[in-house]
Design a protein around this ligand. Sequence first.
Ligand code: F6P
Length: 435
Amino acid sequence: MSLTPNLQSFIDIKYYNSYTSFKIIFNKRLFMSDEKLYIVLMGLPARGKSTLAVRLRDAFQKSSISARIFNNGNLRRIYGTLDETARSEFYSPENSAAVELREGFARMNMQKAKAYLQNSGRIAILDATNAERKRRAAIEKYLNDHPLLFIECVNDDEDILTLSIQEKIKLPEFAHLKDRAAKEFLKRIDYYRMIYTPLKPERNYIRIDSLQNMIIEEKHSDVIPFYERLRDTLVTDEVKNLFLIRHTQTEYNVAGRIGGDSPLTKKGRAQAKALGRFFTRRKISYIFTSRRIRTIDTAKAICEMQNDCRIISLKEFDEINAGICERMTYEDIEKNLPHVFKKRGADKYHYVYPGGESYETMKSRITQGIKKAFFLNRRASNIMIVGHQAVNRMILSHFLYRREDDVPYIYVPQDRFYHIVSTHNKKLFELKRYD
Ligand code: F6P
């Protein structure tokens, strides 16, 4: 049976049977101020490595453990010429001059990381693709004065890749490539794929699904300091500020019709503007919506009042599909489809509309939407979702446990929004007015 590193360190402790020695050794093991660690990230471009690096650094710093990131891309941007390094050819394994240059940046960061831990630093995070086994062997050999843990970020969701690339190519370094930027970036990924070998012979590693925040596989040959804190950071969905808004009033809302793709009313447009004014006090970089006009138009009014804001419409946030009942009023359903009305009323969470969905069947797509939004929102501390009544109920229940029977009745008004915080130290659920 393999033991987790921390359990292993506990067993080391157990051998001392007098209380005093136990205490001394225990303190030494877990609170030794000279315990240090190299974390080396690995993964293809656009897999969430840099976001993870920042998350780890911030989490350690919050616990008063000094941590610093050493990013090869930053050195490339400082010392390379952007014109050259943004092009895919720079990443070709055949381009020996560029390979030499990139290996040089990697060595430079290895030296910096080593010097950092030789001084006051406790955790050095090396952020690069580190796709090749040869590079990783060199890292393990050179950084041999403290334990070293590789973390591989895996994520092959096509939508996420496309959206991530769209975001990346907005960076100034890609500006000169214009329409070709996305293609060049995809080609860069292909070049990395050619030399990519997953982690295996390395002494210590964790492979994570960086979209799901889930550990896929891990191997430990050494005791890894700060392991619990690290693992916790890897698997916890931290929500700094989630603003969960329901689209404002639509023509269908006034008519009492469900589903469809109806536009906002005059009142709805005024409500959206009020939301926009309210949120000028917050920096919102991305607003996630469904693909329906009503969420997009609500988001547009908010975006227009921000400095630099983008709307990302995800199919996962489309309103519950009411199947044969789409565009009907509840009265129509009761009158014309009484069996549907009765059955849904009896078990609203599980009832599947003929040709449509139930709350229960929406669950996996809503969870996927939340994961996507959090992945794409990256390091921004505010995240905004403009959704629908049933969608927002499901999002709320993702963060705050509710009995299934209660979920379809959660209050989701149009003149207020939910502010959600769910971090290590803070939990907050607040329903707030915006005008
Ligand atoms: O009425 C607005 C709406 O968003 C509909 O499109 C959707 O079918 C409904 O709310 C979901 O709420 P409930 O599950 O209570 O019918």
